[in-house]
Design a protein around this ligand. Sequence first.
Ligand SMILES: C=C(O[C@H]1C=CC=C(C(=O)O)[C@@H]1O)C(=O)O
Length: 413
Amino acid sequence: MSTSAPATLTVETLEHDGTRRLIPLLDARRPLLWQRRDRGLAGVGEVLRLEYSGPTRFADAARDWAAITAAADVTDEVGLPGTGLVAFGTFAFDDSSAERSVLIVPRLIVGTAEGRTWVTRIRLGDAADGSPELQPRAIGPEYRIGFLPGTPGPDGYRAAVAEGVRRIAEGGLDKVVLARQVHGRLPAGADLRRALGDLALSYPECWTFAVDGMLGASPETLVRVVDGRVSTRVLAGSAARGADADADRAAADGLRTSPKNTSEHDFAVRSALAALAPHGEELTTGEGVFALKLPNLWHLATDITGRIGDGSGSLDLLGALHPTAAVAGTPRADALATIHELEGFDRGRFAGPVGWVGAGGEGEWAIALRCAQLGADGAITASAGAGIVAASDPDAELAETRMKLRPIIEAFG
Ligand SMILES: C=C(O[C@H]1C=CC=C(C(=O)O)[C@@H]1O)C(=O)O
């Protein structure tokens, strides 16, 4: 579904010498955030909201966005990625998901990068500028919530993994990523900026995001398109952190040399390269596979970079890349069919793209991992998955999903 675009937007970006702290500026209940370290975008209010679903959701969004940006009247005195007209977005994982995919254009954006800060105000046509005030607000009182296992529970998850391994042994399927959910409930009036602040502080290497109630801290860059260049960080293959420095080093070395994890990782790198090949030039994996250290675990990581060869924007590349083998499996169609059968729940936006797009199609998108979706009634659902290959062990994969749920459970707990 799409609204009848294009709307005519008037956009003005001005340099700002005020605060660089983004989280206190956000709406406590409807935050819009994209942040890593001292760089990011905070959105307040909503001037335009576009909703999509089904297999054409990326193409529909790209078409509408091109029409909206072509019709917009933009004044931008800063000229950095993330200035001018920007929409935040979160997309459903599955073509058949009941969850809406959305692009949201805020009324006010505060951005910071490269030591500079800017404010963008956006309004519909010639409407008077009723944009929200640029006002940091004290973070609301503390709260703690517990999460309970959802579908499948731990036993069900182990059984699904065992069945996934059995199907891989049968032949045809090489890898499948299986996930599970946990559920909690936020107290009325809970200030979401509290959890976002915690995520941003605890996971500085990750993209801390909040879009339409989808929030988390993802280490995986699905695609970054800036100045005609494309990059992606592929993650797949994980290990627990060691209890001391020696054990930690051994954990990273063990991960790098583990045939199980390297095969899991190779599937993900190959799927990303194959998806980018028709759109990119001079694609390279740079220094190759490395171990990425996060507070809760190690990941095998590969950075792919290149030039855009066909004029694709970031939304076009989402359609090409999603879902990678880091969140679906290999071959993709068999993996998706297996996920439908064995997981037994709608992933919603978990493992879908989340990020922002600018007027020239540039943008930064992560895979929505280490995240939770907030419902209108305060229900909150966190999800985590693990890549299953021939050598997977159900207990180890269950333990891995526990580590991956930690960022959310601790941010709210
Ligand atoms: C599916 C998830 O992680 C993916 C990304 C990194 C490592 C993964 C793994 O080792 O299984 C997964 O492919 C998740 O965090 O829920």
